[in-house]
Each structure stands twice: as structure tokens, then as C-alpha cells.
Design a protein around this ligand. Structure first.
Ligand code: BG6
Length: 499
């Protein structure tokens, strides 16, 4: 028996920000729900020479927002062990192997091991190699590897990285995190589509005019200027989160709801996303970089003045674009996407804009003889964050004389109580990994295809000079992002205010 919730978690990068902000609180929530209980242990590794006590103290501090009782805290942190490790030093892995075996015995973990690499990707290869060569992989239970983005910086480097980890772990053992896939409302895309015939039967080029995906952030790059300046919004958000959302919206219905079936359909959808040539990149994608301005009512500096950012940086902090999907279902339907830092508001949402009725038969008070105005489109909106829910805009008659049509919004927002109980994205992903369910992790073929789509855009932009900054902090991005839709005779559905 595998006893799927018996496991040893080895966290590489245990002193880092991700571990403290996300992993320890998520493990604690799982512990509180008894999804992991007596039979689990965590080994934290990093270069610093910490003791178990110091490690446990740091873990405990990371849980303060969850208001643990003293008993809960003690019961949880006593499962945490620290092992200093320089990942390039083979000898140091021997102690890690001994500790792993010891804890396996002590907590009866059945040889189930999860290796979490919360570290820079250049170390993924060397760590995987040592996990194997130093026998840290167990012979009995399961061995699973969780890795964080960025998975490479382009198709070539991602392939090389994948080759390195695949030399040790099979695809079924590799869990590539895209934390967006752990979000409740992203998982709800499948429920909305495949659980409601009124939508799925209209989910194609005949009835959908366009789809809009916005991942707007109201914060700047904060302390991550050094990383971000090398990356930019295209690689930081589009290659992973946005293309994953595109895949979920565009995929064909899977025959069963299994990780294999879903990922196969997502891969097929991504393969149908058109890889643009230079002319198409210039027509369909625009970029921006924030200047000074006001966000959350506070004055903020321009991107070029942020810590870790070059004063003449041409890294984009905003991307808007149009993907086209060349298949039977989606031909001619633009998938507009945009994401940026220091925008007017934090908001992640998807708007599905349906085609208007073929003609407007209603006479309005303004145009009593002949009505030239198209009826407003029906729009299904999926709110991902900060609020969660759906809305559907329908046309109804305006109260009063005549027959004016007024769009009405049917709205469902999660209650505060539900929101409070919503599991953290990382909590869900960790629990999925324990169950061996890879549905909400990205398969190598998805990563590979996403890089192919994004690489051509990057390449064209790298060859083309650009005048930055071109949008004010606190706005919804540069003018070019609005022009992109206007030239198609459309507009962004979500405008927190008119620019
Ligand atoms: C990360 C990016 O993947 O996603 C960050 O590296 C970004 O730059 C973050 O801020 C956004 O995630 P969320 O969950 O806050 O929307």
C-alpha cells in the first residue's frame, strides 16, 4: 500500500521566500485538515547552517496569520528537520540520505518522497542527479519532483532543463507548478464549460465573438527587480499563466476527467495556437513599461528607478496581444490577453463575449423608425481574483414606454465565508501531488509549446527598439493596448475607468 498521505517532503531552498510565504502555511493547512498528520516529515535544506530549532522557529513564524494554537503549532513543527546543503557538494547529500531514511523509519512514511525544488532552475539538474546517485530516491513508495517556474528562459533552455531532470524522473513523477492552476476559479473554467450545456454548446466560433483575459496587478516589481528585469511580463506571465488559461478555455472536452485526458486536450489546444511570423507579431502584440504615477492612491516610482532594474531598461512590464487558434472550433475568434504591473487595479478575469443577435428588431426611443444600433453582446465573465464568481450580461427591456433594451447583469460572487475557506493555490497543488494527480500541473509538452509561441514574440521585440516608459502607473496600460482592439472594431470589456 502506498498510503498516499504518508510522505517525506524535502524542500530545497527552505530558507527562501517561497517556502516561508507559501509552502509552510500550505502544509500547515493540510495538517489542520488532517490531510497530512502523524505520518509526515519535512526536511528543509539550504546553504545556511541552521539548527532544527531555528528552522522550526522560522516555520512557526510563517504561520502567524493562520492563528495556530500552541498545541497545533507544536504538533506541526516537530515534524520539521533541517539539513544544511550546498547542492553542488556530493558529500553533503550523504547526510541528507541518512536523515531521509531515518525519518522514513521514524514516521513510517512507506518510502514516499516528494522533492520540492524551491530554487533557481540552474540547480534543478544537479539536484536531480544527486538525488539519484546518492540514493535519496526511495526504492519502495513513490518519488515525485515538484519544480517551480521559470522553467527555462526560452524553448532551448527549457529543453535542456527538461533533459536534465528527465534523466532521473519520468514525466509522471514530475509536477511542474503553475500556481494559477491551483486557483479555485481557474479550476472552475472546466466546471463552467463541461458542466453547463448552455455554455458548452455555444463554445465555438459560431457564437463567440472574442475572448478577453486580463491579469492586472496593482503592484510593481517590489523586491524582485533583479529577476524581473531579466524576464519581463511576456515570460513572467504570458508563457505560463496566460497560455494555461487559453488552453483551458480552448481545449476540446476530455472524454473523462482524468489528468491524462485533460492534459492531452490542453496540449492539442496549445498546438493549434498560431505561431506568428514577424509581421503578425507586430500586428498582434504590444508591450509597455510603467512610468511614475499613482497606484492604490500612493505615488510610485517608474520601473527604471526600481531596485535591481537598469536605469535604461527596455524590459516590458505590460503585454497585450491577440492569440489566434487555428482549428475547427476557434477559427477567426481572437483571444485577447493583457497583463501588467502597476495597473489601475488588481484584477484577474476572463470575459467571453458572445456574438450579437443578427439584427436588432427593437425600435428605440432615439431611433423610432429604423434601428441601426447592434444589441449589446451577452458576456460571461469569470472573476478569478480578488473576488471570485461569475456574471452573465443579458439584454432585457427597459422599464417604461417604447422598447428600449437594457443589458442586465446576473451576478454570482462567492460569499466572504466561502472565500475564507478557499484553499490556497499551493495547498491544493501539494495535496494533488500527494495523491499523484497531475491535472493541475503542466506537462512538458505544454511548456514546450508555450515557449515556441512566446519565443517568436520575444525575438521580434529584441530586434525592435522601443521608447519606454509608455504608460503611467495606475492606468490600464499604454494606448497601443486599446488600439489593438479598436482596430478590430472592439473594446476591452473591463475598463476600471476610461483611460
Ligand atoms: C508570478 C509572477 O508567477 O505570478 C509574479 O512571477 C506575479 O510577477 C504573480 O506577481 C501573480 O500571481 P497572483 O497569484 O498574485 O496573481
Amino acid at each position: 500500500m502506498t498510503h498516499e498521505n504518508h510522505a517525506l517532503f524535502t524542500i530545497f531552498g527552505a530558507t527562501g521566500d517561497l517556502a516561508k510565504r507559501k509552502l509552510y502555511p500550505s502544509l500547515f493547512r493540510l495538517h489542520r485538515k488532517k490531510m497530512i498528520h502523524s505520518h509526515f516529515a519535512v526536511i528543509g535544506t539550504a546553504r545556511s547552517d541552521w539548527s532544527n530549532d531555528r528552522f522550526r522557529k522560522v516555520v512557526a513564524e510563517s504561520l502567524q496569520d493562520l492563528n495556530p494554537t500552541e498545541q497545533e503549532l507544536n504538533e506541526f513543527v516537530e515534524h520539521f528537520y533541517y539539513q544544511p546543503l550546498n547542492v553542488t557538494n556530493t558529500e553533503e547529500y550523504i547526510s541528507l540520505q541518512q536523515l531521509a531514511d531515518e525519518l522514513d523509519q521514524k514516521y513510517q512514511l512507506n518510502g514516499n518522497r516528494i522533492f520540492y525544488l524551491a530554487m533557481a532552475p540552474q540547480f534543478f539538474g544537479i539536484i536531480s542527479k544527486h538525488i539519484q546517485s546518492e540514493n535519496i530516491i526511495s526504492k519502495d513508495g513513490f518519488n515525485r519532483l515538484i519544480i517551480e517556474k521559470p522553467f527555462g528562459v526560452d524553448h532551448e533552455s527549457a529543453t535542456q532543463l527538461n533533459n536534465e531532470i528527465s534523466a532521473v524522473f519520468s514525466e509522471e513523477q514530475i509536477f511542474r507548478i503553475d500556481h494559477y492552476l491551483g486557483k479555485e476559479m481557474i479550476q472552475n473554467i472546466a466546471a463552467v464549460r463541461f458542466g453547463n450545456n448552455i455554455f458548452e454548446s455555444l463554445w465555438n466560433y459560431k457564437y463567440i465573438d472574442n475572448i478577453q483575459i486580463t491579469l492586472a496587478e496593482s503592484l510593481g516589481v517590489e523586491e524582485r527587480g533583479g529577476y524581473y528585469d531579466q524576464s519581463g511580463a511576456l515570460k513572467d506571465m504570458v508563457q505560463n499563466h496566460i497560455l494555461q488559461i487559453v488552453a483551458l478555455l480552448a481545449m476540446e472536452p476530455p472524454t473523462v476527467f482524468s489528468d491524462e485526458a485533460i492534459r492531452t486536450e490542453k496540449i492539442n489546444a496549445l498546438k493549434a495556437v498560431r505561431i506568428f511570423d514577424t509581421k503578425e507579431v507586430n500586428e498582434n502584440f504590444v508591450r509597455g513599461q510603467y512610468g511614475t504615477g499613482l497606484t492604490n492612491k500612493k505615488g510610485v516610482p517608474a520601473y527604471r528607478s526600481e531596485n535591481g532594474v537598469k536605469p535604461d531598461s527596455v524590459t516590458e512590464t505590460f503585454v497585450a496581444g491577440k492569440f489566434l487558434i487555428d482549428n475547427f472550433r476557434w477559427t477567426g475568434v481572437p483571444f485577447y490577453v493583457r497583463t501588467g504591473k502597476n495597473m489601475a487595479e488588481k484584477g484577474t478575469r476572463i470575459n467571453i463575449v458572445f456574438k450579437s443577435t443578427p439584427i436588432n428588431i427593437f425600435r428605440s426611443v432615439d431611433e423610432p423608425i429604423c434601428n441601426t444600433k447592434k444589441l449589446p453582446e451577452n458576456i460571461l465573465t469569470i472573476y478569478i481574483q480578488p473576488t471570485e464568481g461569475f456574471s452573465l450580461t443579458l439584454n432585457g427591456k427597459k422599464i417604461g414606454n417604447g422598447f428600449d433594451i437594457d443589458p442586465t447583469k446576473l451576478m454570482f460572487r462567492q460569499s466572504v465565508e466561502n472565500l475564507e475557506n478557499t484553499p490556497e493555490a499551493y495547498e491544493k497543488l501539494l495535496s494533488d501531488c500527494l495523491k499523484g494527480d497531475a491535472t493541475n500541473f503542466t506537462h512538458w509538452s505544454e511548456v514546450e509549446q508555450s515557449w515556441k509561441i512566446v519565443d517568436v514574440i520575444r525575438h521580434v521585440w529584441d530586434q525592435t527598439p522601443i521608447d519606454f516608459p509608455n504608460y503611467s502607473s495606475g492606468s490600464m496600460g499604454p494606448q497601443s493596448a486599446f488600439d489593438l482592439l479598436e482596430k478590430d472594431g472592439r473594446q476591452w470589456v473591463w475598463c476600471p475607468f476610461k483611460k
